[in-house]
Ligand binder design. Structure first.
Ligand SMILES: [Zn+2]
Length: 435
């Protein structure tokens, strides 16, 4: 009866839904059978599943509405229109809303929604309103429905996440669910440019909550099975190495100069493998610059290195190793080398508590006979890194719709991920509320 639903289209889910209802009524009639059934697989919450199915057309309408608003990270007009749309929907779900200007970047608004309940847990949901696309993208990549896919710029990343979040909150509000102390929604306008004007606020607000669900997209069937939730994402940092030498005439008196470019090259080679000795961090020198002109011994040179962090604190160890290495010796006497490491978006590491929550999500997916995969780590950064920076809140990522093509071309979402995602989010929130 519960064979894996490989093609879980709406019809399959409806069928499962009815058969689970049947199972549930039989089970209720016989206490022993219920115990036995739940040990294997719990029945779905019939009300939430029915509400998820009923909400699908509205989710698609909301997706279309948002995709037709171009909202690249620098497009303040579009981002303000997006803010209007999501704010309206939050209000309709009973939230008090507030707008705040991002503290850096293009200067669009964050939208924050809050609602007080009667329970204990403080829960935050986050997603972003900006996309990577330049103005006019809808001319070459219009909104379009094709079978199980809906195409459009930003439809997966992250408008699908916003649509799931908003519809889930509406379903729960309509169902009268109030089993939380506070529900907070945070939507930022600058995720695709490093959350320069919102990252600190995300970190601060996340620290005031027990649990944060982050709504980046999950992977479509063509890329990965099992609509994964994400438990880790690399943090990003930058190394800057600077060398000060001495200028001199390259033809008439080169011996009076101290070539900063030679010294920079030497120090880059000296340090290029340091990160290989430190677990959880990588370093690649990717940019080098030197002052000219061509007929002068180089006075100043600078290199930039891309650093990825997958273990907390690994970048500090790398920094110490870099400092020690450049202090240990130089190629060109009288040159001065400095190096610094600056952390951008922090690494996201869900840890044991995040994994435990994600396993609950897996069990919930099982209720509707779907597999949910947990992905331990990805190289791309996410705002879950800011939310989990202090490790106070439990954070899990990728509650958005299944999709593909983001940051590329022909971005799409899969329609048959809408109902499972709505069911997952609503059911998981009610479970978190019980904790
Ligand atoms: Zn995104």
């Amino acid at each position: 009866m519960l064979a894996p639903a490989i093609h879980s289209d709406k019809k399959t889910i409806m069928t499962l839904h009815s058969s689970f209802l049947a199972l549930r009524s039989v089970s209720l009639a016989c206490g022993l059978a219920l115990g036995a059934a739940t040990a294997v697989q719990a029945a779905p919450d019939a009300r939430l599943l029915a509400a998820a199915e009923k909400a699908q057309p509205a989710v698609i309408d909301n997706l279309k509405e948002m995709v037709l608003i171009e909202s690249g990270s620098l497009n303040v007009d579009g981002l303000l229109k997006m803010a209007d749309v999501v704010e309206g929907r939050l209000k309709a779900a009973g939230f008090k809303t507030e707008r705040r200007k991002a503290t850096a970047g293009a200067g669009a608004d964050l939208v924050i929604g809050t609602v007080k309940g009667t329970g204990k847990r403080k829960i935050m949901l986050q997603g972003h309103m900006d996309t990577v696309y330049a103005p006019g993208i809808l001319n070459s990549q219009p909104y379009k429905v094709d079978g199980n896919r809906i195409y459009g710029p930003g439809i997966a990343d992250d408008k699908g996440g916003l649509a799931v979040m908003l519809a889930s909150l509406k379903i729960l509000a309509d169902a009268g669910w109030r089993d939380y102390d506070t529900l907070t929604v945070l939507m930022n306008p600058d995720e695709e440019v490093g959350s320069v004007g919102s990252g600190e606020l995300i970190a601060t607000m996340a620290d005031q909550h027990d649990t944060v669900l982050s709504f980046e997209p999950t992977a479509a069937k063509s890329v990965a099975k099992g609509e994964p939730l994400l438990l880790g994402a690399a943090g990003i940092a930058q190394a800057t190495m600077e060398v000060k030498g001495r200028a001199a005439h390259a033809g008439a008196a080169p011996e009076l100069g101290r070539n900063a470019l030679y010294e920079l090259s030497y120090q880059m080679l000296q340090t290029k493998d340091l990160a290989k000795e430190i677990p959880g961090v990588t370093l690649n020198w990717t940019v080098a610059r030197a002052t000219g002109p061509i007929n002068q011994i180089t006075e100043k040179a600078q290199a930039l290195g891309d650093i990825r962090i997958t273990q907390p604190g690994a970048e500090k160890k790398l920094n110490e190793a870099l400092q020690a290495k450049i202090a240990a010796g130089k190629l060109i006497p009288d040159t001065e080398t400095t190096v610094k490491v600056e952390v951008g978006r922090p690494a996201f590491i869900a840890g044991d508590k995040g994994r435990a929550l994600a396993e609950k999500a897996q069990a919930i997916y099982k209720e509707i006979d779907r597999d949910l995969v947990l992905t331990p780590m990805t190289g791309g950064g996410t705002d879950a890194g800011y939310a989990g920076r202090s490790d106070k809140a439990t954070v899990v990522e990728s509650f958005g719709l299944a999709g593909f093509g983001y940051h590329a071309r022909d971005e799409y979402i899969e329609i048959d991920s809408i109902v499972p995602r709505l069911y997952l989010v609503t059911r998981l929130l009610t479970e978190i509320g019980k904790q």
